[in-house]
Design a protein around this ligand. Structure first.
Ligand code: ISJ
Length: 295
């Protein structure tokens, strides 16, 4: 083997250079913005973005090497994926953007038809667990559209996540004045209840809920430079929540203080309480899952 080819191969093997780019996928929801808006991509790393179900599919198809994906997809494919040990989108209590919109009381949803967003996997699994734990059976069907429009079209419940869920929660419950504590934000108005699934999870288990982890294909672990860049981006973003929430509030048409509380409320690492919640969800929804590897 000629010397130049050998050196290139050795460097590639050593991980110091990559003959093929390392492909990063990131969900583009507002709740991931504090972790992504200050990301300086290292040389040789490419970025693609989309909604959770698109990132789930891209990682599974080998179109990206590392992505923040729905935790349920990580659990389902734990034989193929590992996850970074210190990244997540988690929350303890209300999340304000994983919502079931409904008119009948939760306890009366038995036998009802519930429209599901196609953008998420985890929140669908969470809804199934919460309904089952309440002894309720409902017909879950994929249907896109604005929550109150789908309720008016005859659905008994509508599951929405991400930016649209946050906007639609506020459309139902707002406007929210300064006199209201951010810890007492409303979840019912004009006959529509907005059940926050993360809040119900907390009431059921006492744990945080992990919506997303940073998962990678076991055969394509991330380069050290990318890990350092992701951590630096999070430090920078968490230090600029006011600025980031101001920009996203304008985009969402929401008060800046509401978006800043929304972002401040997330847990972006993967600490012991978050892992306890993640393992509990895995036990309840995918009891025969492969061992979950965080490294
Ligand atoms: C809490 C949220 O987090 C998102 C929810 C996800 C899911 O349900 O699959 C995946 C990624 C997260 O960024 C949200 O989008 O509202």
């Amino acid at each position: 083997m000629p010397a130049t080819e050998r050196v290139t191969t050795e460097l590639a093997v050593a991980g110091q250079t990559r003959l093929t780019p390392y492909r990063l996928g990131l969900i583009e929801y507002t709740n991931v913005a504090p972790l992504t808006e200050n990301l300086a991509l290292p040389a040789g790393v490419t970025l693609s973005q989309g909604v959770p179900s698109e990132m789930n599919a891209a990682l599974l198809a080998g179109q990206v090497d590392l992505a923040n994906i729905s935790v349920l997809e990580f659990i389902r494919h734990a034989d193929q994926f590992s996850a970074l040990p210190d990244f997540s989108v988690s929350v303890l209590g209300a999340v304000y953007s994983v919502n079931l919109f409904h008119r009948r009381p939760w306890e009366e949803l038995q036998g009802g038809r519930i429209a599901l967003t196609s953008q998420s996997a985890t929140s669908v699994g969470l809804l199934e667990v919460l309904l089952r734990e309440s002894g309720l059976g409902a017909q879950l069907v994929r249907a896109e559209g604005e929550a109150t429009a789908l309720l008016n079209a005859g659905f008994d419940g509508v599951l929405r996540i991400g930016d649209s869920a946050l906007r639609e929660w506020y459309a139902v419950t707002g406007p929210i004045g300064e006199d209201l504590s951010m810890l007492a934000l409303p979840h019912h108005k004009d006959g529509v209840t907005v059940t926050d699934l993360a809040q119900r999870w907390y009431q059921l288990t006492g744990h945080p809920f992990v919506f997303a982890v940073w998962a990678y294909r076991k055969d394509r672990p991330p380069p050290r430079e990318l890990l350092l860049a992701l951590r630096a981006a999070r430090r920078a973003g968490l230090g600029r929540l006011g600025e980031i929430s101001g920009r996203h509030a304008q985009k969402l048409g929401l008060p800046q203080r509401v978006v800043q509380h929304y972002l401040w409320n997330f847990r972006y690492h993967l600490e012991a309480p978050d892992r306890a919640g993640l393992l509990r969800f895995a036990q309840l929804h995918v009891p025969d899952h492969a061992p979950l590897i965080f490294e």
